[in-house]
Design a binder for this molecule. Structure first.
Ligand code: HEC
Ligand code: HEC
Length: 617
C-alpha cells in the first residue's frame, strides 16, 4: 500500500485485516449526478428533459431546474465551489453554470459528443472527453475556453482525475480499455486493456486511499445469442500502480456476486469517503449491490447488501459526510436517498416532470429492463445491445448469420427492419422477447404465430409502447458538415449521385436508403453475401441508411468492413455494390468524405415533402 505525504485528514481503518494510515483527498469522477464538496447541493443532469436539477440536501427541496440543451450527460462541480460544468452530448456544447442561481456562465462549442467531465481541486481547469472522435479537451473554466486537445482513445466516456490533479483516467465505452494520461503533456502513461468482449464502460471512480479504480461494464459475448450466455455484468478493478507480480486488472462478476442472483447492466458505482464500501447500480435489474472493499489484493470486493430500487438507476453518489447515498432512477425521474447505516430508503425527490407521454415512458422502461415480461433470465435487455439506441459496436453470431448491430437513429423512417428486411414492424420483436435470446414471457397475452407475418400492432398496449420508444430516436447532424460540405465532400457528392457509381439508385436521399416502408422489403445482392459460411438468409440485403455512418464502424451486415474505404474497395472488388473500380484512390477518399458528412441537413422536411412515411407505432 502506498502512503501519501500530504495528510489532509487521517483515516485509520481496521477492516478484514487492512489498516490504513493515509490521506483521503478527493479525486474527481464524471457522473450525471454530483454532490458539492460542502455537502449542501446535489445536482443531476436529466438526459431526456435537457435540464439539470439542483437539490438542497439540507431541506431536500428541489431548488431549481436549469435548461441546458439536448441530451445532457456528464457533470462536475468546479472544485469546492457551487459552479458546475455539464456535457451537452446532443448539442456538442459544454455548459458552465452556477447551481446557486441557475445562471449560465459559459456555453463552449466543441466538435462532437462531449460525455465525461472532471475538474481539478481549485476549479480552474476542466477535462472533458468527446466520445466521438475520441478526444480529451482541457478547458479554462474561468474563460470558458478550450486550451488544449489530445487523443483519448476510441469512444471515451468515463473520466476520473486523480487527487494529485495530474493523472487522468479514461475509459473506452465499447472496449472497456482504461488509459491514464499525464494532463501536463497529454501523454499516455499506462493502459489496462480488457477482454475483447468487454463493453459499455461508462464511468470510473478512484479509491481515496488504495491504488485502485473501479469501473462497471458488461461483456458482450457475440458468439452466443442466448439469454444466459451473451451479456454479463462486471466491475473491473484497475490496479493503478501495479508492481511486477500484481495483476494490473481484475474483474468481479456481478451475476454470481451473491449466489445465483443475477444483476444486469451495471451503470455506475461510487465509493464511501473512507473507501470501505462500493455501491454499484444496475440499470437493467433496477437494483444495487453494496460491497465491502478489501485490501487483500485478491478478492477485492465482497458482498454486503442487496437493495431493490426504482426504474433504470444510472448514477450513485455517496455524500461527503458518508451518512447517505443517492441513486438517480432515470425512468422514475427521481433521486432516492438511502441511509448508509441501515441501507434503508429515507426519501425520494422528484427531479423533473416526465418529458414525454406515459406510453413512451412505458416503452422505454421495457427497452431498458432485464426483468419480466421482457427477459426470463435477467442478464439481457434490449438496451444491452442498443444502449440509448446506439450500436454496441459488435457483430453478433445470430442463428441466421453474422449480424452487425445497427443504430436505431431514424429507424422510424427506414422500415422494414433487419439487414434481411424480414420484419415489417417493431412489434415483431415480440419474437425476440420470447425467443432464445431473451426468453421473456412476452407482451402479447396468449400465443402468437411461430412464423413472422401475423401483424402484432394493436395486440398489446405494452408492445405498442415499446414500438413508440423504439421509433423515437432522432438522427444527429454529422459533425463533419458543421461548416457546410468541404471541397472533398462536394466532389464526393458528385460521384455519389453520378450515373457511373449508381450509389443513389439504392441509397436515395434524404435517408439514403430505398425501403420506406414497402413490404415485402426491397433487398439487393451487392456481392456481400459470400463472406460468411454461417449465412442462412443472404445474399440479398436491405439497403441501410447512410446517415450517421461516420461513427458506426464496422460496416456491412457481417461487420467485416472496418472502414468506409473498405466497403468501397476490399468488399466491392467486382463492382456489384455500385461501380467503384473506375475511381482513383483520391476519388474514393472524396466519396468517403461525403459519406462522413451525412446527414448534413435534417432529413425529415425533405422526407415529408417526398411523401415518405414515418412509422410511429
Ligand atoms: C444480443 C444483442 C441484441 C439484443 C439483446 C437486442 N438486439 Fe436488436 N439488434 C441486434 C442485432 C445484431 C441486430 C441486427 C439483426 C439483423 O438485422 O438481422 C438488431 C436489430 C434490431 C432492429 C432493426 C434495426 C434496423 O434498422 O433494421 C431493431 C428495431 C431492434 N434490433 C430492436 C430491438 C429490441 C426492441 C430489442 C429488445 C426486445 C432488441 N433489439 C434486442 C442486437 C440485439
Ligand atoms: C443495388 C443497390 C445498392 C447500390 C447501387 C449501392 N448500395 Fe450501398 N448498400 C446496399 C446494400 C444492400 C447494403 C448492405 C449490404 C450488406 O450489409 O451486406 C449496402 C451497404 C452500404 C454501406 C454500409 C453501411 C453500413 O452501415 O454498414 C455503405 C457505406 C454503402 N452501402 C455505400 C454505398 C456507396 C458509396 C455506393 C456507390 C458506390 C453504394 N453503396 C451503392 C445497396 C446498394
Amino acid at each position: 500500500m502506498r502512503m501519501r505525504n500530504s495528510l489532509s485528514w487521517m483515516v485509520v481503518a481496521w477492516m478484514c485485516g487492512w489498516m490504513i494510515v493515509s490521506t483521503a483527498e478527493s479525486s474527481s469522477s464524471s457522473s450525471l449526478m454530483q454532490i458539492s464538496a460542502d455537502g449542501q447541493l446535489l445536482v443531476c443532469t436529466n438526459r431526456d428533459s435537457g435540464t439539470a436539477t439542483v437539490v438542497d440536501l439540507k431541506t431536500h427541496e428541489k431548488l431549481r431546474e436549469v435548461p441546458l440543451g439536448y441530451k445532457p450527460e456528464g457533470l462536475t462541480f468546479l472544485g469546492q465551489s457551487h459552479r458546475c460544468a455539464a456535457c451537452i452530448y446532443g448539442d456538442d456544447q459544454i455548459v458552465v453554470f452556477d447551481a446557486d442561481t441557475g445562471k449560465i456562465l459559459h456555453r463552449i462549442d466543441v466538435f462532437d459528443e462531449p460525455y465525461g467531465i472532471v475538474s481539478n481541486h481549485d476549479g480552474s481547469t476542466l477535462y472533458a472527453c468527446l466520445e466521438y472522435p475520441g478526444q480529451i479537451l482541457e478547458i479554462d473554466a474561468k474563460q470558458g475556453k478550450v486550451t488544449r486537445k489530445f487523443d483519448g482513445g476510441k469512444f471515451p466516456r468515463g473520466l476520473a482525475l486523480a487527487s494529485d490533479d495530474r493523472t487522468l483516467y479514461v475509459t473506452e465505452y465499447l472496449t472497456g480499455t482504461v488509459r491514464s494520461f499525464d494532463v501536463a503533456t497529454g501523454e499516455e502513461l499506462n493502459n489496462w486493456p480488457g477482454l475483447s468482449t468487454d463493453n459499455l464502460a461508462r464511468q470510473i471512480v478512484l479509491h481515496p486511499i488504495l491504488d485502485r479504480a473501479y469501473m462497471p461494464h458488461l461483456r458482450s459475448k457475440v458468439s452466443v445469442a442466448h439469454g444466459e450466455g451473451s451479456i454479463f455484468p462486471y466491475v473491473a478493478i484497475i490496479n493503478t500502480q501495479p508492481k511486477p507480480d500484481d495483476k494490473p486488472r481484475k474483474r468481479i462478476p456481478m451475476d454470481s456476486f451473491r449466489g445465483t442472483l443475477v444483476t444486469a447492466n451495471p451503470w455506475e458505482c461510487d465509493l464511501s469517503p473512507d473507501g470501505q464500501k462500493l455501491y454499484v447500480v444496475f440499470g437493467g435489474t433496477d437494483d444495487i449491490f453494496v460491497c465491502d472493499v478489501l485490501d487483500d489484493n485478491y478478492r477485492e470486493l465482497v458482498y454486503d447488501s442487496y437493495l431493490r430500487t426504482g426504474h433504470n438507476p444510472r448514477a450513485v453518489k455517496v455524500a461527503p459526510d458518508g451518512e447517505h447515498f443517492y441513486v438517480y432512477n432515470a425512468l422514475d425521474f427521481q433521486v432516492v436517498e438511502y441511509d448508509t447505516q441501515t441501507n434503508q430508503q429515507t426519501r425520494a425527490i422528484e427531479v423533473c416532470k416526465v418529458p414525454y407521454s406515459e406510453e413512451h415512458r412505458t416503452g422505454k422502461i421495457l427497452f431498458y429492463t432485464a426483468l419480466q415480461p421482457m427477459t426470463g433470465r435477467r442478464w439481457i435487455s434490449c438496451s444491452s445491445c442498443h444502449p440509448d439506441g446506439d450500436p454496441d459496436g459488435r457483430t453478433w453470431q445470430n442463428p441466421e448469420g453474422l449480424r452487425n448491430t445497427p443504430s436505431l437513429a431514424a429507424v422510424a423512417w427506414t422500415h422494414p427492419l433487419h439487414w434481411s428486411a424480414d420484419r415489417d414492424e417493431t412489434q415483431d420483436f415480440e419474437h425476440t422477447i420470447r425467443g432464445p435470446l431473451m426468453q421473456g414471457r412476452g407482451l402479447v397475452l396468449g400465443r402468437i404465430a411461430e412464423a413472422l407475418g401475423e401483424p402484432l400492432a394493436g395486440k398489446s398496449p405494452l408492445l405498442d409502447a415499446l414500438t413508440v420508444y423504439n421509433n423515437s430516436h432522432k438522427i444527429p447532424l454529422s459533425p463533419y458538415s458543421k461548416n457546410g460540405l468541404s471541397a472533398a465532400a462536394q466532389r464526393g457528392r458528385e460521384l455519389f449521385f453520378s450515373s457511373k457509381t449508381q450509389c443513389a439508385e439504392c441509397h436515395k436521399a434524404p435517408f439514403f436508403a430505398d425501403s420506406n416502408p414497402v413490404w415485402p422489403g426491397k433487398v439487393h445482392n451487392v456481392g456481400t453475401g459470400e463472406d460468411d459460411p454461417s449465412e442462412l438468409m443472404g445474399p440479398k440485403y436491405d439497403t441501410p441508411t447512410l446517415l450517421g455512418v461516420y461513427r458506426t464502424a464496422p460496416y456491412l451486415h457481417h461487420g467485416k468492413a472496418e472502414t468506409l474505404n473498405e466497403v468501397l474497395t476490399t468488399y466491392n472488388s467486382d463492382d456489384k455494390h455500385g461501380t467503384t473500380s473506375h475511381l482513383s484512390d483520391a476519388e474514393i477518399d472524396d466519396l468517403v468524405e461525403f459519406l462522413k458528412a451525412l446527414p448534413y441537413e435534417d432529413p425529415v422536411p425533405a422526407a415529408k415533402a417526398a411523401g415518405l412515411k414515418k412509422v410511429e407505432r
